[in-house]
Structure formats: structure tokens, C-alpha cells
Design a protein around this ligand. Structure first.
Ligand SMILES: Nc1nc2c(ncn2[C@@H]2O[C@H](COP(=O)(O)OP(=O)(O)OP(=O)(O)O)[C@@H](O)[C@H]2O)c(=O)[nH]1
Ligand SMILES: [Mg+2]
Length: 317
């Protein structure tokens, strides 16, 4: 059986090996990813982000436990953009989520794209293509929320969960980082600590202010409180995620707009990657370097240089 067929049949070892090749940026797997891409698109993907230590993994572990109890089969992708070499947090997460380790209905994979051309967001997108073809009931992605690359990863989620804590000023920081725009459900975790209601209030205000500017039937992201350590608020959280999914299903234009935005981001990424790959090829590299001199000396403008390079990539017969 070929790799794509094995993955579609749900073979965990084949999937794990394929994701390793995705991480390494192995371009030989393009045909496999192509075959898998055609099979995907129906598994709900839930992205979880938030500042370091907000309780994302603890929350995810609780969500896993709830969904497993309901008979769901779940895949988890833990993406670590900030620390390519340590692996410390990843191992910590593996240990923490270990009560699911012997469960065949759960697949947990951490990834860090060391040196992968195009970066982690693309590696995560390809890993999602693999998982999406396997017929899981749900895919959860955890990524630590610090910058643009997490936002890029979360573009591929159907529902984006933003985790905050009552620690002072978080709600305001969220607005600044552009996180507010991508959140479908907001969670104030560690609700057992002081200031939770104040943080919920500030976030609600910010979310309502933003949604006001959108169309009248836009989804209003709820702001919930959880205590992931004890499991309080998890069923409400899962209900909110289900409500968001139902909203998209009953508003096909919004669903379609989201899918198109995902496709747009992915396509632009892939164009960039194709260009970077070609640039590494020796003759293209020389042509590129030569063009740098032309532009630097103002013998050629950058737009024309870019078009000439693109033409050279795809010579007319
Ligand atoms: N008091 C309290 N502690 C919590 C809660 N949720 C998580 N914690 C604790 O907060 C710490 C960090 O939790 P994690 O789940 O590792 O947080 P994380 O956001 O995944 O962290 P990184 O992946 O390292 O960014 C752990 O010690 C948890 O036990 C909560 O609701 N209340
Ligand atoms: Mg974590």
C-alpha cells in the first residue's frame, strides 16, 4: 500500500513518518500531500493559542478527556515556534498529556520545523493536510501566542480559541497583537485566580466593539471562564465551539469567505516557497544575485526584476 493510502486508512506510523518528512521539508512528498489534500476538508480543526503558561495544554488535556468520553477520536498537533532546539516544553507537554498515551483514539504530535524552508506555519499546514485525511472527529492545534507565525498557523483552523489569564493587562495586549481579530471563542483561564471577572469584562467590551463594525449576522465571539486545572467550564467551552461551527454551517457565505481566506493564505505561502526553492537552485540563484546588482545600481526597477525572474522560472516553449 502506498503512503497516501496507508494514511487515509488511518495508519498512525505512516502518518507520523510522513509528518517527520513534512518537518524536514522533504520535497519528494509533494505527490503524497497532493493526494491527501483532495481527501480533506471535513474534519473540524480547532486552534488554541495564548501567552506562555496561560494553561493551553492543561485546557487541551481537559478537552481531550471530554471528547474521548463522548467517543470521539482526536488528533492533537502541538506547534512550538519559539524554541527550535530545546524541546523542553514539548517533552513537558508529552508527559502532561501522557494519560492519553496508550489510547488508540488519540494521536498526539509535537512539531518544530528546524530549518524548514518557508517556516513553521507551512510545515503545520502540511501536517494538518496529513491529519485531515485520516478521518479524525476533531483536530486540535496548540501554539504559543507571541507573534505572526502563530497567527499564520491559526488561519488554518475552523475555530480559533484564544486563551488569556487574569494577569493584569492581558486583554489590552491581546488587542495590540491583532489576536482579537482572529479569535472565535475567548477563554479566561485560571478563573480561580484574582481578577478573572475584570479580564472577562475588558475582553467582552473589546470583542463587542470589533464585531459592531462587521455585518449584522456576524458571529459574536463569546468570552468564557475556565479553570483548566480543576476542569471547571470545559463543557461550556465545548458547547461554544459547537455553536461556532453551527453558526458557520447556517451562514454559508461566511463559511465560504473563511475557506477562501484560508486558501488565499496557503496559496500565497506556496508561491513564496516555490520561489525560495527555485532561488536555491544554482542557475536561478545566480540569476537572482545578478538581478540584485541591477536593482541596487538602479539599472532595473524591482518590479521589472521580479517579473523577469518569474519569467525565467517558467520559460515559454
Ligand atoms: N490555578 C490554575 N492553574 C492552572 C490552570 N490551568 C493551568 N494551570 C497551571 O498553569 C501552568 C501552565 O499550564 P500549561 O497548561 O502548561 O500552560 P501552556 O499555556 O500550555 O504553557 P506553554 O505551552 O508553555 O505556553 C501549569 O502549572 C498548570 O497546572 C487554572 O485554570 N488554574
Ligand atoms: Mg503548552
Amino acid at each position: 500500500m502506498n503512503v497516501a493510502a496507508a494514511v487515509v486508512a488511518g495508519d498512525l506510523r505512516s502518518a507520523a513518518r510522513l509528518i517527520t518528512r513534512v518537518e524536514a521539508g522533504d520535497s519528494d512528498i509533494a505527490p503524497v500531500l497532493r493526494a491527501l489534500h483532495a481527501r480533506g476538508g471535513s474534519t473540524p480543526v480547532i486552534g488554541i493559542t495564548g501567552p506562555p503558561g496561560a494553561g493551553k495544554s492543561t485546557l487541551l488535556d481537559q478537552m481531550l478527556a471530554h471528547c474521548r468520553a463522548a467517543g470521539e477520536r482526536i488528533a492533537v498537533l502541538a506547534v512550538d515556534p519559539s524554541s527550535p532546539f530545546s524541546g523542553g516544553a514539548i517533552l513537558g507537554d508529552r508527559v502532561r498529556m501522557s494519560r492519553h498515551n496508550t489510547d488508540r483514539g488519540v494521536f498526539i504530535r509535537s512539531m518544530a520545523a528546524r530549518g524548514r524552508l518557508g517556516g513553521l506555519a507551512q510545515a503545520a499546514a502540511d501536517a494538518l493536510t496529513v491529519l485531515d485525511a485520516m478521518g479524525w472527529d476533531r483536530i486540535l492545534i496548540e501554539t504559543v501566542g507571541v507573534g505572526q507565525s502563530e497567527i499564520d498557523i491559526l488561519r488554518h483552523a475552523d475555530t480559533v480559541l484564544i486563551v488569556q489569564t487574569p494577569a493584569g493587562g492581558d486583554a489590552v495586549q491581546a488587542v495590540k497583537a491583532g489576536i482579537l481579530e482572529i479569535g472565535d471563542v475567548f477563554v479566561v483561564n485560571k478563573a480561580d485566580t484574582a481578577g478573572a471577572d475584570r479580564t472577562v469584562g475588558a475582553l467582552r467590551e473589546a470583542v463587542e466593539f470589533r464585531v459592531h463594525a462587521l455585518c449584522p449576522d456576524a458571529w459574536l465571539p463569546p468570552v468564557l471562564k475556565t479553570d483548566a486545572a480543576s476542569g471547571t467550564g470545559i463543557s461550556e467551552l465545548l458547547q461554544a465551539i459547537a455553536a461556532h461551527r453551527a453558526h458557520l454551517q447556517t451562514h454559508p457565505a461566511q463559511q465560504q469567505a473563511r475557506r477562501r481566506a484560508q486558501a488565499r493564505a496557503r496559496l500565497i505561502d506556496c508561491i513564496g516557497q516555490a520561489l525560495r526553492l527555485h532561488r536555491r537552485a544554482a542557475d536561478q540563484h545566480d540569476r537572482f544575485e545578478a538581478m540584485l546588482d541591477e536593482v541596487a545600481a538602479r539599472r532595473c526597477d524591482p518590479q521589472t526584476a521580479a517579473l523577469r525572474l518569474l519569467d525565467a522560472l517558467n520559460p515559454q516553449p
